[in-house]
Design a protein around this ligand. Structure first.
Ligand SMILES: *[C@@H]1O[C@H](CO)[C@@H](O)[C@H](O)[C@H]1NC(C)=O
Ligand SMILES: *[C@@H]1O[C@H](CO)[C@@H](O)[C@H](O)[C@H]1NC(C)=O
Ligand SMILES: *[C@@H]1O[C@H](CO)[C@@H](O)[C@H](O)[C@H]1NC(C)=O
Ligand SMILES: *[C@@H]1O[C@H](CO)[C@@H](O)[C@H](O)[C@H]1NC(C)=O
Length: 509
């Protein structure tokens, strides 16, 4: 399918692969038809790429999601639902995407946030296994919680909403600006003959929403759309509610004196948060634009595969919810854009040249086998039900879907995600329970038309399929915003039972 010819697994041409990860980015992009977004650089990349409109993260939290897609194993296989364990020690010695490429002759380099920091990546971004050289982290990251955000009264705070003048910040810059500089510099001076894999991970639009003030000019507060639906759906149990504890810890939110866990964000402030989220996305779009400019100036766009992906979504006031930490579509759906120069010529042979848009159900565990195929390495074996082998995939290669509009027969019927809870009623650790505190698990299946979420008891790392703490069923053909829970309507009992079987087949061991 691809014109690559491989010798000993290494493509004879120099290939650079750039995997750009973006933290907490939902598909708030122009190329995903979000009318609040201003993202000219990603839109332009997308016009030469394949974009996947229904891509789902396996868990809406950074460390579990990243470790899952970097190893192509689900959180249930890694026993990793929090940020407090390292899979090689607690689950199995599983190979990562960069490690696999490194084993096949690539030079691999990490810039910014790729692995979640701390114990989740052994305090060293899984070095030396994943990387050929020490990962780059921006020096200004340490000011993440510093009181550097100027508010209307002229006071400095540790705010959620934090547009700044970078030159007035400590060290005169911001983390993602440093990451772009470091990655561009690396590209400009790379003179090794081996192909390489560069992973660039941006911190924004993760909170705090700290970014250069100039990006606000693209987002007029009066024009920002309102969240829909605004209210928590009827008949949805509270085990499903994530109390966005991390937002409450910022000074500007704390000042609002909101009662925990349900008092909604005041409407005017909610709009301000939305405005700043979209501005932070425009800022990241500019960073990615600069990287692409570097690739172009080095004439590397002709042999560079680019994957742009978010680690999970983010609620922006929908259902009165904020942040990730849930199983709603807004939390688990992510943007995924894949550019492959070897295939992109197919785009030129069409009348309405532009993105190839695929709506197949895609999971982030698919990225590993996809990249493997695009660089023409031997096929990755599918993982068995319980599989401790170092290299296998729980996903499927997307290569047959790229730059194509053909229906693919026998594609998957559902994309799966999950989220743990410590209690059936929201408490301060409900967003991020430690592994030992997990008592409930919400398993969710997104089929072509439906999303079904089943909250059950979970003890000793084992789901108890005979329990039900909550059920949600949304019909996306008429209710894409997940406003009406149909799970309690008797006429949906059979549908629900078959979706429960689907979840059990997927997750029982
Ligand atoms: C955006 O909207 C256009 C026009 O309706 C449609 O053709 C295209 O597929 C949409 N793109 C995405 C990513 O949904
Ligand atoms: C994990 O695998 C690597 C090779 O991929 C090996 O060098 C290392 O010793 C293994 N670690 C453990 C703890 O088994
Ligand atoms: C390659 O880069 C290294 C530093 O990264 C430099 O020391 C060396 O001289 C360069 N070699 C060539 C041939 O440009
Ligand atoms: C919030 O509570 C504090 C102390 O309880 C009080 O001083 C302050 O005026 C309250 N602020 C608002 C906006 O209600």
């Amino acid at each position: 399918m691809t014109p690559h010819t491989s010798v000993a697994g290494i493509d004879p041409r120099v290939i650079l692969i750039s995997r750009v990860g973006v933290d907490d980015l939902r598909p708030a992009l122009g190329c995903f038809n979000d009318s609040d977004a201003v993202t000219p650089n990603l839109d332009s990349l997308a016009r030469a790429s394949t974009i996947f409109t229904r891509s789902y993260s396996q868990q809406a939290l950074c460390a579990p999601s990243r470790n899952s897609f970097l190893t192509s194993r689900r959180p249930d296989s890694l026993y990793l639902y929090d940020t407090h364990s390292y899979w090689r020690v607690t689950a199995g010695n599983y190979t990562t995407i960069p490690q696999h490429l490194k084993n096949h002759g690539y030079t691999t380099a990490s810039f910014g946030k790729i692995f979640h920091p701390g114990i989740a990546s052994n305090y060293n971004d899984d070095s030396p296994w994943s990387w050929s050289e020490p990962p780059f982290h921006p020096s200004t990251l340490k000011y993440k919680n510093a009181k550097v955000c100027l508010d209307d009264s002229g006071a400095l705070g540790k705010n959620l909403v934090c547009p700044v003048d970078p030159e007035l910040q400590p060290e005169g810059t911001l983390p993602d600006l440093q990451t772009t500089d470091a990655a561009s510099k690396y590209l400009n001076t790379y003179n090794n003959s081996s192909p390489f894999f560069i992973a660039v991970g941006y911190h924004k639009p993760h909170i705090p929403l700290k970014f250069p003030r100039e990006f606000l000019k693209f987002h007029n507060l009066d024009k920002i759309s309102h969240p829909h639906p605004k209210l928590w759906p009827e008949k949805v149990s509270f085990v499903s509610w994530n109390p966005w504890t991390d937002l409450r810890e910022r000074d500007d939110v704390e000042k609002l004196n909101l009662t925990f866990p349900f008092q909604p964000m005041p409407e005017n402030f909610a709009q301000v948060i939305r405005q700043h989220y979209f501005a932070a996305v425009t800022y990241i779009d500019r960073q990615i634009g600069e990287l692409i400019q570097t690739l172009k100036s080095l004439r590397l766009m002709e042999n560079t595969i680019i994957v742009v992906v978010g680690d999970h979504g983010w609620s922006l006031g929908e259902h009165s919810e904020w942040a990730k930490y849930s199983n709603f579509e807004k939390s688990v759906r992510v943007p995924l854009i894949i550019y492959d120069p070897d295939l992109s010529h197919r785009a030129d042979n069409r009348e309405n040249a532009g993105s190839f848009v695929r709506d197949d159900l895609v999971e982030l565990v698919d990225i590993f086998p996809t990249l493997n195929d695009l660089v023409a390495l031997p096929k990755m074996p599918a993982c068995k039900k319980v599989d401790f082998s170092p290299l296998c995939t729980e996903g499927r290669s997307l290569a047959p879907l790229l730059y194509s509009q053909e229906r693919v027969e026998h594609w998957r019927t559902a994309a799966f995600s999950q989220y743990p809870r410590p209690n059936d009623f929201p408490q301060t650790n409900s967003d991020q329970p430690r592994l030992r505190d997990v008592k409930f698990m919400g398993y969710t299946a997104r089929t072509d038309k439906l999303r079904f979420t089943w909250w059950i008891r979970f003890q000793d790392l084992t789901p108890n399929w005979n329990t039900t703490e909550g059920e949600e069923l949304y019909d996306h053909t008429i209710d894409p915003a997940e406003e009406f829970n149909l799970a309690y309507r008797p006429e949906f009992k059979n549908v629900k039972d078959s979706l429960k079987d689907l979840i059990k087949r997927q997750f029982s061991r």
